[in-house]
Design a protein. Structure first.
Length: 228
């Protein structure tokens, strides 16, 4: 019997992506306003190097915090990473990463919260997943919110799912995870011993199949009855 549900955020409960060009322009304008003359070419070089390092870390299913990542970026751009500057950089990042709830999300979560314990398991360096939930009035539906930035581990590592289950007080066999990524959500949840619900299509990795596939988050309530 399924007693608990965990959810991915981006692509599952939320639509939206970062506008990298707009973010770059606003960030460089901010730094120049502080007196740091950062050229676009230098920014691209430093950011490219930083993203390669980040990719190597994430290949091991590990995570770094936004503040750690940008402290190094700013230092390489010869702009001291003070707490005030880092807070503003994160604000700029969030402003250029708009997210909106998928149609029907409020109604689905309201209904499911009556019968399931619920949590969030999200990969995010910046923490904008939590910002989204709070801004849209969705945070109250979840007993636990486990973000990769807070524990240093990313999906599909089963440990991030196991931590959410521990905090929810349920066994893996009593829980299902809902997400839109086969690699991160389905493989990770199955690795932790949970059921996996895949939102949308997507490529299937050999040997990893979701227990259920839905086309829209609005189909989730009825689909979960199959677990009964």
């Amino acid at each position: 019997m399924i007693r608990a549900l965990t959810f991915d955020i981006g692509g599952t409960l939320a639509d939206g992506d970062i506008d990298l060009e707009s973010y770059r322009r606003e960030l460089l304008q901010y730094l120049r306003g502080l007196g740091f003359e950062v050229e676009p070419r230098e920014y691209r070089r430093v950011m490219g190097s930083a993203l390669r390092r980040l990719g190597e870390i994430r290949a091991r299913n590990l995570e770094v915090k936004f503040e750690e990542f940008y402290s190094r970026v700013l230092e390489e751009l010869r702009a001291p990473p003070s707490p005030e500057i880092l807070r503003e950089v994160r604000t700029i990042y969030g402003r250029n990463f708009p997210q909106t709830p998928k149609p029907g999300v409020h109604e689905v979560l309201r209904e499911l919260s009556q019968g399931y314990r619920m949590g969030v398991v999200s990969n995010t360096m910046s923490g904008i997943s939590r910002d989204f939930l709070e801004r849209e009035g969705l945070a109250g539906y979840f007993e636990v919110i486990v973000l990769s930035r807070d524990i240093g581990i990313r999906k599909p590592d089963p440990r991030i799912f196991s931590l959410a289950l521990q905090r929810l007080g349920v066994e893996a066999s009593e829980a299902a995870h809902v997400g839109n990524s086969v690699e991160e959500d389905v493989a990770g949840a199955k690795g932790a011993g949970m059921k996996a619900v895949l939102l949308g299509g997507g490529k299937r990795r050999t040997g990893v199949e979701p227990d259920l596939t839905i086309r829209s988050i609005t189909e989730l309530s009825s689909a979960l009855r199959r677990f009964a």
